[in-house]
Design a protein around this ligand. Structure first.
Ligand code: AMP
Ligand code: ZN
Length: 113
């Protein structure tokens, strides 16, 4: 399996984990774009949001549960944060294992500038 996020799930490559449960892990992005920049991923390999089906939508709910928890743990729940999923070419998706970026810790400005 060549997927870098699957390797993080397996522990084959290191990550600064901030949250883990049966279904989901969250870890700091290696190239942070904000003071808080965490990636939230399912343990199951799903390449893009377009590929989610059936029970995967329960997992996507688990990703939102993790986001709420991570935001609280990292102290940005009250100041606010942004959750972003990139899907496909026009979004600039680089890692084809679905993930949310959780960004916060400062005013983020408009979504598209
Ligand atoms: P995306 O463009 O939405 O596919 O985002 C992929 C994100 O994964 C980027 O923000 C990268 O900085 C991040 N990333 C890639 N490799 C790693 C890694 N080994 N550990 C943590 N974050 C990573
Ligand atoms: Zn994967």
């Amino acid at each position: 399996m060549s997927c870098i996020f699957c390797k993080i799930v397996e522990g084959a490559i290191p990550a600064k984990k901030v949250y883990e449960n049966e279904h989901v892990i969250a870890f700091h992005d290696i190239q942070p774009q904000a003071p808080v920049h965490v990636l939230i991923i399912p343990k199951k390999h799903i390449p893009t949001m377009n590929d989610a089906a059936g029970e995967d939508f329960v997992l996507i709910g688990e990703m939102h549960r993790a986001a709420q928890e991570v935001a609280r743990e990292l102290g940005v729940d009250q100041t606010g944060y942004r959750l972003i999923n990139n899907c496909g070419k026009h979004s600039g998706q680089e890692v084809f294992h679905i993930h949310y970026h959780l960004l916060g810790g400062e005013f983020l400005g408009p979504l598209v500038s």
